[in-house]
Design a protein around this ligand. Structure first.
Ligand SMILES: [Zn+2]
Length: 258
């Protein structure tokens, strides 16, 4: 699920550095981060979200580098104030803007560097493939809004590059984000079609808008949808697919399409 592992970003300016998403420090990753730092002082470690593959080594690295850890989630923050949407982090002459981009997780944020014309997206946009929006922490409505926000940022502020949490750097940010939005719409349409098919069966024919589904029924419906939409996918991937479908069902319900 991590593609080639987690990308850790070290940004330096005027003798200062920040480390974004140190990830787990095992397998030489901690040494690689230390070698990448040439600045005199690491001012802070920043986290895009709480998932272990991004955040688990943060505290240990902070103790080595004697700097704070900052994230949107206060439980990850250590030695300084947490980050807020719209805040800015200064590193030497660089300014990083914090953008709340919930959806992959509730606490997902991105960092926009106007000087680099780049946005560091964590898992909100990946270098290849697409992001898992898994129920219940993942929320599709929020995710679509976050993609729209990032898309607008790219157009309005000439942001060309996505520096993702996994996979290679993407040089055509606006195009990639459009693709992400199109992919989500396509998947939602497939789920909508699957529900329409299920409505014609005796078991699911009784689904109506007036009757909100109970939790066990919702789970059962998600399984039935997965079996239709992911029929050609290895069943070992169905549990992850089911969490994604649950997020989609919730979104369809919220927007009056279920
Ligand atoms: Zn993640």
């Amino acid at each position: 699920m991590t593609l080639d592992g987690t990308n850790t970003w070290v940004l330096e300016s005027a003798g200062q550095a920040v480390v974004i998403d140190p990830g787990p420090l095992r397998d030489g990753h901690g040494d690689a981060i230390n070698e990448a730092i040439t600045a005199d002082k690491v001012t802070e470690i920043l986290l895009t979200h709480h998932h272990n593959d991004h955040a688990s080594g943060a505290r240990e690295l902070a103790e080595v580098l004697r700097c704070p850890v900052r994230a949107l989630d206060p439980s990850l923050t250590f030695g300084a104030e947490g980050l807020q949407d719209g805040a800015a982090v200064t590193v030497g002459d660089l300014k990083l803007h914090v953008l709340a981009t919930p959806g992959h997780t509730a606490d997902s944020i991105s960092f926009w560097s106007p000087q680099h014309g780049a946005v560091m997206t964590g898992d909100t946009v990946l270098g290849r493939g697409t992001t898992l929006v898994a129920h219940p922490d993942g929320q599709l409505g929020a995710y679509l809004d976050s993609l729209a926000l990032l898309g607008a940022l790219c157009v309005e502020h000439e942001v060309d590059a996505v520096w993702p949490g996994h996979g290679p750097v993407l040089e055509n940010a606006a195009v990639v984000i459009d693709y992400y939005l199109a992919h989500r719409r396509e998947r939602l349409a497939q789920v909508g079609d699957a529900i329409a098919t299920l409505r014609h069966t005796s078991k699911w024919g009784a689904i109506t808008r007036e009757e909100p589904l109970t939790k066990p029924r919702e789970l059962e419906l998600a399984q039935a949808v997965v079996e239709l939409v992911y029929a050609d996918v290895d069943p070992s991937l169905w549990p992850a697919a089911q969490l994604s479908v649950q997020a989609q069902l919730q979104y369809l319900a919220e927007t009056g399409h279920l």
